[in-house]
Design a protein around this ligand. Structure first.
Ligand code: IMP
Ligand code: MG
Length: 200
């Protein structure tokens, strides 16, 4: 009858440490939803997320918002600056809803240098939304290069590569319900050759 349950406290093999538990994420997302509800009462904001990393956070966030919202997504591809292509960002999927005149809440899983978000925000602002605010679950302020105003932040993280709750390493670990740090050996084992990469 099914797989045996992992022993209490046991971690998946590749994870060295849990940084933020499922319960902590749940509590913080509820607070963020309450804050957004209070700030946007009387309006019907459009919540736009960046695929794929945001899917779990956005699903929980919109359920914690107690006013009507619409939901849409974009997809971007980023080429690694160290691979010599200048770190260009490109839309691979655009919103289906017109954002002109809308109150847009732009939702991202994690902000590191700010490079990707800076590009996307500048691009969306040219479409003249009524307002545009940024909501980020995880912030790594120590590695920020682009100065972005984030209206809603969930947690600050150290400068470590984290996985879980939508965040991946080479496409793996997004399904984990907590946020953890990968063991060094897992990073080495899965490292792909340098070149084009798809964040999100
Ligand atoms: P930025 O453009 O440097 O701010 O990078 C942001 C993107 O890189 C995020 O949307 C994520 O897709 C990815 N990213 C940054 N840090 C992490 C991490 O620790 N784990 C997983 N993905 C990350
Ligand atoms: Mg992302």
């Amino acid at each position: 009858m099914g797989e045996p349950e992992p022993a209490e406290g046991a971690l998946p093999d590749d994870i060295s440490e849990v940084l933020i538990t499922e319960q902590e994420i749940e509590a913080r997302v509820a607070e963020m939803g309450a804050q957004i509800t209070a700030d946007y009462t009387g309006r019907r904001p459009l919540v736009v997320g960046v695929l794929k990393g945001v899917y779990m956070f956005m699903a929980d966030l919109v359920r914690a918002i107690e006013i009507p919202v619409s939901v849409d997504f974009i997809g971007i591809t980023r080429y690694d600056p160290s691979a010599g292509s200048g770190g260009a960002v490109r839309f691979v999927k655009d919103v289906k809803t017109s954002i002109q005149g809308r109150h847009v809440i732009f939702v991202e899983d994690i902000i590191d240098t700010g490079f990707s978000l800076n590009y996307v925000i500048n691009s969306l602002e040219t479409r003249r939304p009524a307002s545009l605010k940024l909501c980020v679950l995880f912030d790594k302020p120590r590695t920020r290069v682009f100065d972005l105003e984030v209206a809603y932040t969930g947690f600050e993280l150290p400068d470590k590569h984290v996985v879980g709750y939508g965040l991946d390493y080479e496409g793996q670990y997004r399904h984990l319900p907590f946020v953890g740090v990968l063991k060094d050996e897992a990073i080495t084992r899965r490292r792909l050759p340098p070149g084009a990469q798809t964040p999100g």
